[in-house]
Design a protein around this ligand. Structure first.
Ligand SMILES: C[S@@+](CC[C@H](N)C(=O)[O-])C[C@H]1O[C@@H](n2cnc3c(N)ncnc32)[C@H](O)[C@@H]1O
Length: 260
């Protein structure tokens, strides 16, 4: 499935890429924003993504745009180590979160609507969602689900997770989703008034923790000024208030979009 770049027009309106400019796309994903930027001016784009699967999609873009495009497989928290003094940028884009490629590939274990081993690692390394769900204490789980998911039922959910795993490990996304859904006081009420699955906040929380997403954003934004030419433009696209809160301290142009 194709990833449709969000807020594309708004992003281009602000970045306004010009011929000869250097643009840094810190979240390549499916390359939708990178391609649109490359099509809008005779500029250069360097794109980054921590997901090894993004590299294959970047190769296609490289074939189309040649020297005007490069891809680096790394975390955006590392950007200050990547470029020399004369390689500064005129525009930078961050489109935080996960791509539809990652959600749609059941084996990545991000989605509560497809059964797969709990994973959720964008970089395919480090601790996985399976480790967090099966090895962390009830208190640690409750704190993660509250802090990164803002889930009011975090304590009940953590309790139910530890109870279930004392019988057998919680291996899959659907097992976890069903435990979380059952802790809803009245699933029928929730369904009636909300289109959002009761497992959404818990899955978001575990994913943010597994990928250390907020630290990544903070470190990237702290070091970014070193990489910018005078008058450079930065756009960040945030999906939820936690991302927005980190970036708001840096006073940059940001959009938050809400899933309805
Ligand atoms: C919402 S998608 C970006 C979609 C992209 N703008 C497009 O048009 O296809 C976010 C991407 O950022 C990547 N990503 C998330 N956190 C990252 C990080 N800390 N460092 C590098 N890439 C990251 C994810 O792997 C994912 O591919």
């Amino acid at each position: 499935m194709e990833h449709i770049p969000v807020l594309l027009k708004e992003t281009l309106d602000i970045l306004k890429p010009q011929d000869g400019e250097r643009v840094l796309d810190c979240t390549f994903g499916g390359g939708g924003h990178s391609r649109a930027i490359l099509d809008s001016a005779n500029c250069y784009v360097c794109a980054i993504d921590r997901d090894p699967d993004a590299e294959r999609r970047a190769l296609e873009v490289k074939q189309l745009y040649g020297k005007r495009f490069d891809f680096i497989h790394t975390n955006f928290s590392q950007i200050s180590d990547l470029f020399r003094e004369q390689q500064k940028f005129d525009a930078v884009l961050f489109d935080f979160g996960i791509s539809s490629f990652q959600i749609d590939d059941a084996e990545r274990g991000f989605s509560f609507s497809k059964d797969a081993i709990l994973d959720m690692r964008m970089s395919k390394d480090g601790i996985s969602a399976y480790d967090v769900i099966n090895k962390f204490s009830e208190q640690e789980l409750a704190d993660i689900i509250w802090t990164y998911g803002n889930e009011p039922r975090s304590r009940q959910i953590a309790y139910k997770i530890t109870k279930a795993r004392s019988v057998a490990p919680i291996k899959t996304t659907l097992q976890l989703a069903n435990i979380v859904r059952k802790t809803a006081k009245s699933p029928s009420t929730i369904k009636k008034y909300s289109k959002i699955d009761a497992a959404t906040k818990t899955f978001q929380a575990i994913r943010i923790f597994v990928n250390d997403e907020l630290r990544e954003i903070k470190e990237a934004l702290e070091t970014l000024p070193k990489l910018l030419n005078n008058g450079a433009k930065i756009v960040t696209i945030a999906f939820h208030a936690l991302e927005d809160r980190v970036e708001s301290t840096f006073k940059i142009c940001s959009f938050t979009w809400i899933l309805v």
